[in-house]
Design a protein around this ligand. Structure first.
Ligand code: TRP
Length: 78
C-alpha cells in the first residue's frame, strides 16, 4: 500500500453536488502531472489523503470540499 505523506495524515472529503465532478490527483516530485482522475456523480463522496505519490488534488465541477482548514466550494467558471 502507498505510504501517506509523513507530514500530513489528514483526509480530504469531497462531496459532488452535481454529476460529473472530477477529482484529479497530481504527482509529487519534480514532475507535476495528473496520475489519476475519478468521476463523481451527484451525492457521491470521495475521501482521500495526500500520499508519497499525490502532492496535490484538483477538483473540477461543483463540489463541497472539507479539510481541517474548513469547507470550501469548487465551481465551474461563470
Ligand atoms: N494511488 C494514489 C496514491 O496513493 C491514490 C490517491 C491517493 C489519490 N490520494 C488521491 C488519487 C487523491 C486521486 C486523488 O497517491
Amino acid at each position: 500500500m502507498e505510504k501517506v505523506n509523513s507530514q500530513n495524515n489528514d483526509y480530504v472529503v469531497i462531496k459532488a453536488i452535481e454529476d460529473g465532478v472530477s477529482v484529479i490527483g497530481l504527482t509529487r516530485g519534480s514532475d507535476t502531472r495528473f496520475h489519476h482522475s475519478e468521476k463523481l456523480d451527484k451525492g457521491e463522496v470521495m475521501i482521500a489523503q495526500f500520499t508519497e505519490h499525490t502532492s496535490a488534488i484538483k477538483i473540477r465541477g461543483n463540489a463541497k470540499i472539507f479539510t481541517r482548514f474548513g469547507e470550501v466550494s469548487s465551481e465551474w467558471k461563470k
